[in-house]
Design a protein around this ligand. Sequence first.
Ligand SMILES: *[C@@H]1O[C@H](CO)[C@@H](O)[C@H](O)[C@H]1NC(C)=O
Length: 592
Amino acid sequence: MMNYSRENLQNVIQWRNVIYFLYLFLVSIHADEHNHVYEINEEVVLWMNTVGPYHNRQETYAYFSLPFCRGKKKTISHHHETLAEALQGVELKFSGIPIGFCRNETSSKICDLILTEEKQKVFMYAVKNHYWYQMYIDGLPIWSILGDVDQKNNLYYIWTHKKFDIGYNGNRIVDINLTSENKVLLELNSQIQFTYEVHWKQSDIKFENRFEKYLDPTFFQHRIHWFSIFNSFMMVIFLVGLVSMILMRTLRKDYARYSKDDDLEDLERDLGDEYGWKQVHGDVFRRPPHSLLFCCMIGTGYQITLVALCVIIFAILGDLYTERGSLLSTTIFVYSITSPVNGYFGSSLYTQMGGKKWIKQMMVSAFFIPVFVCGTAFFINFIAIYYHASRAVPFGTMIAVLCICCFIILPLTMVGTVLGRNLSGQPDYPCRINAVPRPIPEKKWYMDPFVIIMLGGVLPFGSIFIEMFFIFTSFWAYKIYYVYGFMLLVFFILIIVTMCVTIVCTYFLLNAEDYRWQWTSFLSAASTSVYVYLYSIYYFFFKTKMYGLFQTAFYFGYMALFSLVLGIMCGTLGYVGASMFIRKIYGTVKID
Ligand SMILES: *[C@@H]1O[C@H](CO)[C@@H](O)[C@H](O)[C@H]1NC(C)=O
């Protein structure tokens, strides 16, 4: 446990965060660091970010929460951080190490540290747990390990010399290498001197390409990646074939009948002879139970799908990984401005189903995702505060998020709701709904909605799980995810697979004369996320070395959130697919 940095936690209300989010919406996403151009001898700031155990990527603490000493130079105060950075636990503090552009620095002293017993204990704990720290120069991340341990003799060492090799191209910084040297034993009451040196070197790397060395093409562009895409693609072809076969089969008879110009009485008599999906024509458009919640889910699902699509496209176009926190900023921004979509689809469906409590529906729709996100964050926050981790969200940031929810998301959802109710609130069901619900007959166990729901998620999960591995690895380990083109491809495959599988599931359900297809189709697609969560449990135990309460809670908390969001998205896709299918097949048995 680490509790020697109280002052880092005592975050005063940061109104600049509130101002920042206004700025975010006015100027859109913008680099907050200066323009990356330097003059000879101009100050280059070395920002100290965080320190934490290597195996727990998210368990980070402010760099100066370890009792490091600071350099003499104190002119630059705290970095003004963005909302996304605050949420991600970025805590940039000036190192006090003076560096000038193109100014070579021979080995110079930073500061001295007297190792008191308390400091020794802290450093030994950190070295033992493979702590490493992260810094930034001009937006480029630099990592280094804190120390070294001699297990045999139980001796702990700390690296005291930092050697920076900085490559420049014209007046920009394009490459940084850090070498740690000079191991010093952590001995009680000894004086430890920290030193550094800087070497500047002309480099040919282009400024635009300076992030390339952080990417790992052999990891991401692996043959497995292509293989999985190919595999999923085969599945798509198979499923599309299956769905078209079902459609042909169900519709063929009806087309044949229409061509004979039979009148409607005959049609109804014919229906009497048939069994299967046609029997439930008077019930398929019956309002599902908990229709309010259902409509909120569908509205939210539309929004999430749109947000995912937009963020992936922005990431492809903008190389978002080069800017700290910009992916999260973009997501928050896109989520906020797409709120009308949520209101529109949720409320129009709700009105079509004859729902009256539209204000309640709107509120639930607008706050469903924010409540879950904030709830998870709040829960993690408790543990983060207990651990004094840098992930603890400052109070000002919480206020900023609350403001976004109340003053942007809610009004925009309201706009969507009003439009949805008025523009497409009329039900246009092809079949009349019978007054008395039809009893649902006994059926084989494998036609039970629960079984269908659990089976429905298998294929969609199969089509994404390789990509899930890459996404997990880039989030929980130290890989930068940059192959968003692949992600877009997988996203489209997921949409098609989910829709096709759900249509097949719905067809089987209706053939068993069970008309409760709305929730079944939603849940059978959403069960993909159950498998994703199970996979994440496997991933935790077999692919990572995370440990400790904080990291474990963080992992399972945010994985649950991720699965929930994915589930709502898939569920909506499934429902939309099934709904189109049902309108298509029952459209041919008009009885009015
Ligand atoms: C950093 O290290 C890499 C690989 O060792 C080397 O190619 C590059 O030139 C180094 N950059 C600088 C600025 O020293």
